[in-house]
Design a protein around this ligand. Sequence first.
Ligand code: IDP
Ligand code: MG
Length: 149
Amino acid sequence: MERTYVMIKPDGVARGLMGEILSRIERKGLKISGMKFAVMEEAKAKEHYAEHAQRPFFAGLVEFITSSPSLSLVVEGKDSIKIMRAINGATKPAEAAPGTIRGDFAMDTGRNLVHASDSPEAAEREIKIHFGEGVLLSYMRCEDVCLYE
Ligand code: IDP
Ligand code: MG
């Protein structure tokens, strides 16, 4: 089963969109197997966004991501990496299709609500940064838990 790292960024939390975003992930059929609500440490934010260290927006991005609580998730399911990128939509809200999180709720690239890993290597790296060796949960499938006889 493929895992990916997803973050509801501080703007998503502050705007009260955690439930909406979690709901979209769950309704699609993906499973949430890790969840951490915290203000991200600066060192973790810099490591997370290391590929952008030379970009002009890097300092502002790190400042924003560490400014207020965010919700880190581990999301699993078949093709979860590609599916989460599709649910989030294009990086620039002006290019994000309606029906995606960014297409429906975001206006600015620097305030685009969500993150999701873009490759299996990135997913492994990012889960390690944010969850370390911490135990990720597995639980019963709906089919197994919803019927009681
Ligand atoms: P992604 O989040 O869709 O993977 P990346 O290109 O990896 O997009 O950029 C990481 C994050 O950096 C974006 O989600 C966005 O918040 C921010 N970012 C990217 N480009 C810009 C920019 O030109 N101005 C401000 N922020 C940017
Ligand atoms: Mg990226």
